[in-house]
Design a protein around this ligand. Sequence first.
Ligand SMILES: Nc1ncnc2c1ncn2[C@@H]1O[C@H](COP(=O)(O)OP(=O)(O)OP(=O)(O)O)[C@@H](O)[C@H]1O
Ligand code: SF4
Ligand SMILES: [Mg+2]
Length: 345
Amino acid sequence: MAETAREPILEVRDLVKHFPLTRGVVFRRQVGAVKAVDGISFELFRGETLGIVGESGCGKSTVAKLLMNLEQPTSGEVLYKGEDITRLSGRALKAVRRNIQMVFQDPYTSLNPRMTVGDIIGEPFEIHPEAAPKGDRRARVRELLDVVGLNPEYINRYPHQFSGGQRQRIGIARGLALNPEIIICDEPVSALDVSVQAQVINLMERLQDEFELSYLFIAHDLSIVRHISDRVGVMYLGKMAEIGTDEEIYEHPTHPYTQALLSAVPVPDPDARERRERIILHGDVPSPANPPSGCRFRTRCWKAEQRCAEETPLLAVPEVLRDAEGPVRHPSACHFAEERTVVPT
Ligand SMILES: Nc1ncnc2c1ncn2[C@@H]1O[C@H](COP(=O)(O)OP(=O)(O)OP(=O)(O)O)[C@@H](O)[C@H]1O
Ligand code: SF4
Ligand SMILES: [Mg+2]
């Protein structure tokens, strides 16, 4: 990302999504709520890739759906160029949707098996006919196939005639069709073989430069987003635990959860692997319907103290690091944040 491009294109403010838990068939009553996203704030800057990482169920896809306006938040705001898109409807919402597109996790189920690739990639033009006049659409789809590295002659083939990596290229081509500014990628490479993951990530990086895209890139482990992200946010049980540039997060993590996740990242160098410290997390992730009081990570944190049960740590530069200089000084939601070198360099 260019150093000068610090203009936020999306601003997420205190976003909350609680799914009601109900009981009873005739008299439905609410007995609780799944706190899938529980007060998350971050910015996505123009032209950058923000990685969002966390274990299964921590709320990543719910964040994606809220940003896409596919779910209504319980509270909070999503500002796109300063305008809260959660309150838009009709034509105004449609106009914003054109600029925020999504690439889904599973290229095997997200493409309609009965549609040709040409129809799949051209489908967004049915909803936004102004994006490409009818006579130009086939040519535009061929162009998009070429852009994502597929043979334009494949336009009449069906999804089952492609490999997983090729299918994800089709999903990306569809995401690009309307010339969006932002692409939300919900685990776009998790279902692919490791060798193919790198190819798809390289393609996405090339497209980002070519089309000046901003990416929100969701993954469940830190190694996948390392290469592509300018910044990374680490989520735990509906909250953001730590957020920073890739240097801040990978080399100077200060939140125990980030440190534990990093200690599990594969290290190619055998000497470094020998020297590294493994932090094994014990216990399961608690239910988001009944999260722990105070710090949500406290039931698995080896540093937890009484204060952690009583006071919810805010995502901010920790008090003890306020006077520090350099990359250790970044937001971390921990009362006892401190730097720890988990992966030897
Ligand atoms: N429509 C819904 N109704 C009720 N609960 C939901 C709904 N959607 C998600 N949840 C719950 O919200 C929590 C967060 O789900 P979400 O899909 O956002 O997690 P995730 O981080 O994307 O997980 P994964 O890595 O498995 O994709 C989970 O406990 C999930 O069961
Ligand atoms: S606030 Fe307490 S429980 Fe939470 S991460 Fe920090 S030390 Fe652990
Ligand atoms: Mg998900």
